[in-house]
Every structure is written in C-alpha cells, then in structure tokens.
Design a protein around this ligand. Sequence first.
Ligand code: SF4
Length: 380
Amino acid sequence: MKLSGMEISWEKLFRAFKHLFSKEGRNTIRRVVRHDLSVPLFMAQSGFSRSYIPDPASVIVEITNRCNLKCLMCVRRYWDTDANPLGEMSYEFFEKNILVHLKPYQHVNLQGVGESLISENFLPMLKACKKLGCWTTFITNGVSLKKYADLLVSIGVDEIKLSVDGTESMKKIRNISISKVTEAIDAVNEAKIKQNRKQPAICINYVLTRDTLPELPELIEIVSTRGISKIIVVHLIIHDAHLIEQSVIPIYSEAKAYFDTATAAAKRYGIDLELPPAPGSKCICYQPFRMIYINWYGDVRPCCMSTINEKGALLVGNLNDSTLPELWNNTYMHKLRKSLITEKEMAEMCVLCPMRVFSMEAHIHLLENGAKDAVGLPSK
Ligand code: SF4
C-alpha cells in the first residue's frame, strides 16, 4: 500500500500500530507530548492564576559536584568553596526523594557540575532509572568512559554527552588530549557492536572560545567516522573576568567562515550540528516549564544557569522539606514562569540572562550582578 506517496507493507504498518499501543509506545507518545511546550505555554500565557504543569519533562540529578578535571572555564574553578561543599547524593536519598516520583516518560539527566562517572552511586541510579523505563542521559569529560563502556551499553543508557573543547586546545583547557576522548568513543562503539545494541547515541558538547573556534571543523573531521549523532556548540559562560577575552560573541561575524566550513563538514558526515545563537536576538526562557535541577544535597533549582550556591541564585526549595511534585508547582515556580512570559517582576538573574538575551552585555551582567539578591520572587 502507499502512504503519503511512500510504499509501506501491511506488516510494517501492523508492527507500527502494535508498538503504538504497547507500554513502550504509549510512553514514547507521552514523552513527545511532555517535550512539546504548547500546553504549558498556553496555560501560562492565557492568564490562569496557576501555570500548573503535570511533571517536568526532564529531571536533572547532580549525583556529585566532585570532578577529576579542573577545566579553565568551569564554574567549579571560580565558585565560593565554602558555599558549595563537595559531596555526593546517597542512593537512599535518590530512591526516597526522586526515584519514587519519576515517570517512565520522563527524561533523566544524571549530571551536574561534577563528573558523574566518579561516583559509585551513578551506575545503581542509572540502572534504577532504566528499569523504570525513563529515557536516560549524562554528560562526561570522557576520562573514565572507556572503563565503563561495556557496562553502560549493557545497562541501556540512551545517550552519552561528551564535553570536548577544541582539538589541540583540549590540552590547555582540560589538561587531557583529544585522543583520550576518541578512545572512549571507540570503546563505546565497540561495546555496541559486541552487544548488538543501537544505543547509546553519542553527542558532543563544545564550548566556543577564541581558541576552540578555529578547531571546530577539525574536530568534525576527527569524529566523522565515529557515529556521533549531534554536536552542540555553546557560547562560553564567563565565570571570571579573565575569560572575557575568550568570548567569541564580539567577533561573531568573523566566526562565520569557521561555522560555514563546520556546517558543510557536518552535513557531509550526517552529523547534526547546532551552532550558538547570533548576538542581538532574544527569546523566552522555557527552562522552568520543562526541567528541574536537583543538587546532591537536595536543593531544587529551576534552570541550568542556577546550579550552584551564590547570592541571587534561583532556589525553588529543598527535598528535605518538600516533595518534588510540591516544589515543581509551588508559588515560586508559578511566579518565575509567569515573570518569564510577561517579562514583569523578573528575578535579577533572569533580566539579562545569556539563555534569553544573546549579547555580550548579558554575559558581563551575569558576571557582575550574579551576586545580587533576586527581586520580585519569594525565596520559597
Ligand atoms: S532566564 Fe536564565 S536564570 Fe532565568 S530561569 Fe531562564 S535560564 Fe534560569
């Protein structure tokens, strides 16, 4: 038979229908719906007194804020060490306060400002999330990935995101060589072949700096045969004044030649390349509509820009005092969502946040004013 001009067999159609009505198929549909923002945005924009959203589409769990590297641009290098004690979430805390509230159609990102693979609780947590049916991912610097490649593939993690900054520059920025990362990718690919698995997808997170910009096309060549599905290029977040000179935002137009070469190479190799936004634009921040971030000590935060303890950081509450569903739809979250839609009574951190205002001004504002108290929002 023909469907929208495509030849399709009855057998294939039957299999698709069968999947659609299976438990797994139903979860896939719910996952797609949850990640579609139209319902929560309609509710928030239509002036309902409460922008109630059933569950976060993504739950981000910081298993640990410890790390085995000390990268040049990482927030861990510049944070207040007294306000941000190092530690890790216990499996008991995770099970009692997070796992019991997770739904099979949710995305779970087992990652924070630390390196998840160095925590002994990471694999048990990952197994529990997979057993529940959640779509799981985590970000890693790749140092320990080769060691765990077989295990991760057998557990069925859905996606691994690797932090890569340049090719030659990796040594200067991360003090490891690019070969450490490519060896880890190869180990995951070998494990996939050995176990006859399609997952995990492997993605790359690439921080754009003046050093890493010219190396982007070369990185694409290096990983071109390694089954990378996506490369996400992001602007450098400036956590210290000396990093200002590394930002590519002031020279964005000059960067175009590198972006064009990288785009052509990515297209050639079938890699999905996501480039950072051009300066001058602005958008609505959707993060508090779709995700929640949980620190290892139970603090709950509404976005990726507010993941550490600093004055002015956005804090929804703590899991030792309230449950995850209570916090997800509490007054604080409601006011925050509303402020992002209406652009009124915004928290100081949101006013010129680099996630909604794409300019150098926003990055400098974050650097200089991140320490101010939030305005217009209650602390809980
Ligand atoms: S605008 Fe920035 S600080 Fe505010 S919620 Fe969004 S990501 Fe967080």
